[in-house]
Design a protein around this ligand. Structure first.
Ligand code: 3PG
Length: 398
């Protein structure tokens, strides 16, 4: 398919934008899900005889080289997963990058250094990105957009390059968009959404639009304390976004008017410090002590959430239920993952979105195929569901 759209692949140099933004501990990749998800398109191109130039970002360096964010370990992992040699170039554009690309043979794969070591990648204006985009485009004959996790970014390698080269969407972007489109336009009902993670302010837009599509919304994670506060509960030292309390109260009212059930925890695990060995206990939500913080949903809430999910035909989950990376606060996230696995086995469409939730389910020992779909997109999937125009998709349609 890519070959047809791009007018042939053999012998042509194809610039691929992947999302290889993986969590690292030093130089060790702690979750390689995005690398694995990027393999099929790169393999497809290489096997068709293209010269594949892979570009990606890692973290948020400040527009100049920063060794902590080098893609070198990611390129090595890509080579292992592809089962073919991958050449890493310590530069994104410039003499060394050009020489490395010129030296390629058909079927070779090169990974260029972190795009964000160049200020032009993330510049806010078209003019600011233009030169860097031209340099990137100058390396190749065609462009494949395969980084679904970045399609919400109007950045040089996502947006501007597509305007300079013959282009196509890669298999990952196509598959992700199809899943997200079904969630947005055509979910089988009941459609239950589970939202967690630290900040409600990151999810305002998506909550608003979910209230017009979903049947039930379960809320956990750090963001739930702003909901509990909006309902009049005291939340002690838990995460709270005071400035969002009124907005959230508005959501609770809208949900009630529209018949969308918002399900909040009935109990929480509170601790006297944000640490695994802090003193912790389970309390009902109307008895959170003033000097403690909520770090997970409690066991009664796990049951309520599981019951709410029991008849769901479509489930979208974004954001952990608690500070799952610390064992005493992992139970709520495990329970939600377990409920999703059961729904998947029952034939429901289940989608896990967002780097943290995807890493959480893998960390907890689940395999990708225990779920219907694990999205590589965090912000991108939320913005898609919110109904926003995503520059990286729009430019491909244009
Ligand atoms: C992500 O991690 O969601 C994507 O890789 C995008 O990264 P960004 O939020 O730094 O643009």
């Amino acid at each position: 398919q890519l070959g047809e759209e791009l007018g042939g692949l053999a012998g042509r140099t194809v610039l691929v934008r992947s999302d290889l933004n993986v969590p690292l501990d030093g130089t060790t990749i702690t979750d390689d899900g995005r690398v694995r998800a990027s393999v099929p398109t790169i393999r497809e191109l290489a096997e068709a005889g293209a010269r594949v130039v892979v570009t990606a970002h890692l973290g948020r360096p400040k527009g100049e080289p920063d060794p902590r964010y080098s893609l070198a370990p990611v390129a090595a992992r890509l080579g292992e997963l592809l089962g073919r040699p991958v050449t890493f170039v310590e530069e994104t554009v410039g003499e060394r990058a050009t020489a490395a690309v010129r030296a390629m043979s058909d079927g070779d794969v090169v990974v260029l250094e972190n795009l964000r070591f160049n200020a032009g990648e993330t510049a806010k204006t078209d003019e600011g990105r233009e030169e860097f985009a031209r340099q990137l485009a100058g390396l190749a004959d065609a462009y494949v957009s395969d980084g679904f996790g970045v399609v919400h970014r109007a950045q040089a390698s996502v947006y501007d390059v597509a305007r300079l080269l013959p282009h196509a969407a890669g298999g990952l972007v196509r598959a992700e968009v199809e899943v997200m489109r079904r969630l947005r336009e055509d979910p089988q009902r009941p459609y239950v959404v589970i939202l967690g993670g630290a900040k409600v302010s990151d999810k305002l837009g998506v909550i608003e639009s979910l209230l017009t599509v979903a049947d039930k919304l379960l809320v956990g994670g750090g963001m739930v304390f702003t909901f509990l506060k909006a309902q009049g509960h005291e939340v002690g030292r838990s995460l709270l976004e005071e400035d969002q309390v009124d907005t959230v109260r508005g959501y609770l009212e809208t949900a009630a008017e529209q018949g969308v059930e918002i399900v909040l925890p009935v109990d929480v695990v509170v601790a006297d410090a944000f640490s695994a060995d802090a003193h912790h206990e389970v309390v009902p939500i109307d008895a959170i002590p003033a000097d403690m913080m909520g770090l997970d949903i409690g066991p009664e809430s796990e049951k309520v959430f599981a019951e709410t999910l029991a008849d769901a035909r479509t489930v979208f989950w974004n954001g952990p239920m608690g500070a799952f990376e610390m064992e005493p606060y992992a139970s709520g996230t495990k329970a939600v993952a377990q409920a999703l696995v059961e729904r998947t086995r029952d034939g429901a469409m289940t989608v896990v979105g967002g780097g943290d939730s995807a890493a959480a389910v893998r960390d907890l020992g689940w395999a990708d195929d225990d779920f219907g779909h694990i999205s590589t997109g965090g912000g991108a999937s939320l913005e898609y569901l919110e109904g926003k125009e995503l520059p990286g998709l729009q430019v491909l349609e244009d």
